[in-house]
Design a protein around this ligand. Sequence first.
Ligand code: SF4
Length: 199
Amino acid sequence: MNMELSRRTFLKTSGAGIAGTTLGAFGFSEAEAAVAAAVKPFRLVNTTETRNTCTYCSVACGIILYSKGDLRKGEKANIVHIEGDADHPTNRGTLCPKGAALLDIVKSETRLTRPMLRKAGSDRFEPISWDAALDKIARAMKDDRDANFIPTNEAGVTVNRWLTAGFLAASATTNETAFATYKVVRATGILAFDNQARV
Ligand code: SF4
């Protein structure tokens, strides 16, 4: 039979095989060793794998989210396990302690999942929709740029600067997202542009 094994399937398969033969060497029967070897995969059976990037630092390690329900289809999914992506060129499956504890962030009761707004005069933050948050940010940026944009310097040379706003980008993105972010921010004239990786 011609069987194609992905790297992940190969690791799973060979891992179970190694566990089985090792237990066999210690005197366990074949059936007992097979049951023992089968215990770990049960935890992730029927889960959906979704690739993502660790949220924490600029190393941007690849991770795999295992969920009941398909995150990629926008289903309300329960993430049950997160591990390093062995196929990712940055981390090759490894994670530092922060990355290894990512499931705690996902499950944390204090995790922010919606934009929050504190209205003028209020003493508390209230959740608002993503559309409302984006509209508010866009309005504030447009108004500030219109009021403070500097098209030319004292010598009349075109400079197209916007010095009253700054932009802090995230590092846990793809090269393509980073490229697009850079182009958009620079196109507005913003000079104060930095990255979370340097903070
Ligand atoms: S796993 Fe650790 S090193 Fe990798 S991106 Fe996350 S925080 Fe950074």
